[in-house]
Structure formats: structure tokens, C-alpha cells
Design a protein around this ligand. Structure first.
Ligand SMILES: Cc1ncc(COP(=O)(O)O)c(C=O)c1O
Length: 392
């Protein structure tokens, strides 16, 4: 039985996979079962921030796995303590809670926001509504799906957690009415990733922040995809000039191991008390040891490189008559196509040895932040060739 046959027979068929089985990788280059290599512009959907098997990360992870792989949250461990300190110092947040995925980080953030509101305004105030944005994506659990403003994900799973309403992104006219006295929090992605790489405008965010501050409504920034250097700053909120009350992270934070986190400011630092929230695997020492290396590697020089590579990609791809607008920041880019479809480009790229992603109708690029110039040039050359090929 082939790998594909085994997976198809024994796993629930929820994913439409490409007919490729990747077996190893180094840097931004992956190798499949047949020995064919690919330049990876997808990073496992923004997870492998430093590419495949980065040396220091792999060493830290291996050492931790050989030393102490798990203890539960009944005890202290050094990697979790060090990562918590590093994250808070890096972001200016007061406290962090470690989870295992993006959805779980968002769930925790929503719980934190509701508890803040409950503690401050009392149960009778019913101040528990969460406003999200149309076309957002916040995860696949029942509650994060309720927050996800896309009907397509809502089929089959009713009823959802009540208390969620989605308003259009980048339309300030809806804010005043939507942010009523029942609202405890707003959850946003600065760039809607799964929704098609659509950035929020500075004007929309500024207006949202002003309303929320005036009404004591918390802002939860879902930086699961945009965080940890992906857009050229450690957090994307830095580019919007304010610190959200809560920021959620996952994907790139672990460099390839499952970890999620939500960080909060001083106002929320003591809202969760003993027993209010928990998870068995949260703060796992192996995942934290790896994440620490990601944080240590992601210095100002690497962030500057992310911004430079972003400019290079835009310049190269804009030379193609097939390319329309390119949206996004840093190494989170969405390419509008004029005549081709994203799935067709994705397939053709794969055949030619480049991995790209799609997001709605766009081709989406999330290359490793430390992709080398050679790998970037080689991958872009192939992508450009695919984009410029005549349609059949
Ligand atoms: C912005 C955003 N939030 C949440 C999630 C869910 O993360 P996870 O799949 O780790 O639960 C994703 C995943 O794509 C995401 O892009």
C-alpha cells in the first residue's frame, strides 16, 4: 500500500491533498518520496518560520526531548518560563497563556475577554457579545467557527456558541452601531489570511481602536498567521501603531511544533485565577524550547530581510502580465491573477518544483522568513515562468 493509499483508507477524508508525500527538507527546500525537490513558498501554511530542520531549533528540540518531554502544568519547567519571559519582553505584554494551536489560543482569548467583562460589569449586564469581521478565519472549534465570519465554514455544525456577530471589514460606518453595550470584545486579523490576504486599512483600525477605548471593549488581535515576524515586524500590530488588549499567536511561533499562545496587557493580567483555564499540553517543554530558538533568531536584521524580500517578490512578480494587485505585508503575500486560477497555478508550480498556496482566488506566498536569496530567486523564476505560460 502506498502512503497515499494508507492515508486515504485510514484517515477521515477532510483534506484535499496534493499527490505528493514530503519526506525531508532543509531550509526552504523539501524533498518528496521520489527524491524530487521543491522550493517551498508555503512553510506548511506559515508554520516553518525558519524553514525545514533549522539547526539550532532541531538541536534544542532534540535535547529537550531527550531530557524532559512533558510534565503537565502541575509543575514548573524552564523552557516555558523562559519563553514566557522572552515573549512578554519582546511584545510589551504582561502575561501569556500557552495553548496548542491557533484555534485554542483564540478560544482562550475569548474566554479571557468574557471573564473580564463579567468581573467588571456583572452577569446581569449581559456584556458578552464578541464582534468579528466578515471573511475572517479564527479556527475550527465550535466557538472559533462562531467567530469566523464565513458562512461556508458554518454548514452542518449548528448550533454554535451564541454571542457572535460579524460586521464588514474596512467599513467604518458599521462600527458605532455594532459596538453596543452588550459587546465585550472585537476580534480581528490585521490581514485576513484564509479570507484571501486582505489587509485592514489603517483608517478602519484607528476608528475601531477609538470606539473600543471609549466603550471599554477589548480588542483581540488574532495574529496566528500574521505574528512572529511574518509581516516584517514581530507583531503586525506594531505597523498599526497600537497594542491590542490580547494578541493570539500560533503557527510560526513553534517553528514546526504545535504551540499556541495568547498574551494580554496589564488590564487583563489578573482576570484568570486558579482553575479558570487550562490545558494538558500547554507550555510543553519541547515546543517551548523550539519556540525560544525562533524568538532568539528573529532579530532586527532578520525582520529587515523579511521586508526586503517582500519588496523583491513584489517587483519580480509585478513584471508578469498575469499578475494584478499584490496584497499583504512582509512574507505574507496574496497575488491576484488576471486569467489563470489559483489551483491551476498551484498545480503547475508543484509540477515544476515550487510549493505555493492559495487563499480564495489568490495565489498566497508564505515562504520561510530566512529563505536564502538563491532559493528565493530560483523559486521566483519558476513561479514567474508558470504565471507567464500561455493558457491552454
Ligand atoms: C488567523 C488564523 N486564526 C486561527 C487559525 C487556526 O489555527 P489552528 O489551525 O492552529 O487551530 C488560523 C489557521 O489558519 C488562522 O490563519
Amino acid at each position: 500500500m502506498s502512503t497515499q493509499e494508507k492515508m486515504d483508507q485510514y484517515t477521515m477524508q477532510t483534506y484535499k491533498r496534493q499527490e505528493v508525500c514530503l519526506v525531508s527538507g532543509k531550509g526552504a527546500t523539501a524533498t518528496d518520496e521520489q527524491g524530487k525537490t521543491y522550493i517551498d513558498f508555503g512553510s506548511g501554511i506559515g508554520v516553518n518560520a525558519l524553514g525545514y530542520a533549522p539547526e539550532q531549533w532541531a538541536q534544542a528540540v532534540a535535547l529537550q526531548a531527550q531530557t524532559l518531554q512533558h510534565t503537565s502544568n502541575l509543575y514548573y519547567t524552564k523552557p516555558a518560563a523562559e519563553l514566557a519571559q522572552a515573549l512578554c519582553e519582546r511584545t510589551g505584554y504582561q502575561k501569556v497563556f500557552f495553548a496548542n494551536s491557533g484555534a485554542e489560543a483564540n478560544e482562550g482569548a475569548i474566554k479571557l475577554a468574557r471573564k473580564y467583562s463579567h468581573d467588571r460589569y456583572g452577569a446581569k449586564a449581559n456584556r458578552n457579545k464578541v464582534v468579528s469581521l466578515v471573511n475572517s478565519f479564527h479556527g475550527r472549534t465550535i466557538t472559533t467557527l462562531a467567530a469566523t465570519g464565513q458562512e461556508v465554514f458554518h454548514q452542518n455544525y449548528f448550533p454554535f456558541t451564541p454571542g457572535f456577530v460579524a460586521i464588514p471589514a474596512n467599513e467604518t460606518s458599521h462600527l458605532a452601531e455594532a459596538l453596543d453595550e452588550q459587546v465585550c470584545a472585537v476580534i480581528i486579523e490585521f490581514i485576513q489570511g484564509e479570507g484571501g490576504v486582505i489587509p485592514l486599512t489603517q483608517a478602519f483600525v484607528a476608528q475601531l481602536v477609538a470606539f473600543c477605548q471609549e466603550r471599554d471593549i477589548l480588542i483581540i488581535a488574532d495574529e496566528v498567521q500574521t505574528g512572529v515576524g511574518r509581516t516584517g515586524t514581530f507583531l503586525t500590530s506594531e505597523q498599526y501603531g497600537f497594542q491590542p488588549d490580547i494578541t493570539t499567536l500560533a503557527k510560526g511561533l513553534g517553528g514546526g511544533l504545535p504551540i499556541g499562545a495568547f498574551l494580554c496587557n496589564e488590564k487583563l493580567a489578573n482576570v484568570f485565577q486558579y482553575g479558570d483555564h487550562g490545558t494538558t499540553f500547554g507550555g510543553n517543554p519541547v515546543a517551548c524550547a523550539g519556540a525560544l530558538v525562533i524568538l532568539q533568531t528573529l532579530d532586527d536584521a532578520l525582520l529587515a530581510e523579511v521586508r526586503e524580500k517582500s519588496d523583491q517578490i513584489k517587483t519580480v512578480l509585478q513584471s508578469s502580465p498575469e499578475v494584478g494587485q499584490i496584497d499583504g505585508l512582509g512574507l505574507m503575500l496574496g497575488i491576484e491573477l488576471k486569467t489563470k486560477t489559483a489551483p491551476a497555478v498551484l498545480k503547475e508550480c508543484l509540477a515544476n518544483g515550487v510549493i505555493v498556496l492559495s487563499a480564495k482566488e489568490k495565489v498566497r506566498l508564505l515562504p520561510p522568513l530566512n529563505i536564502t536569496k538563491e532559493e528565493l530567486n530560483q523559486g521566483l523564476e519558476i513561479l514567474l515562468h508558470v504565471l507567464n505560460a500561455t493558457n491552454h
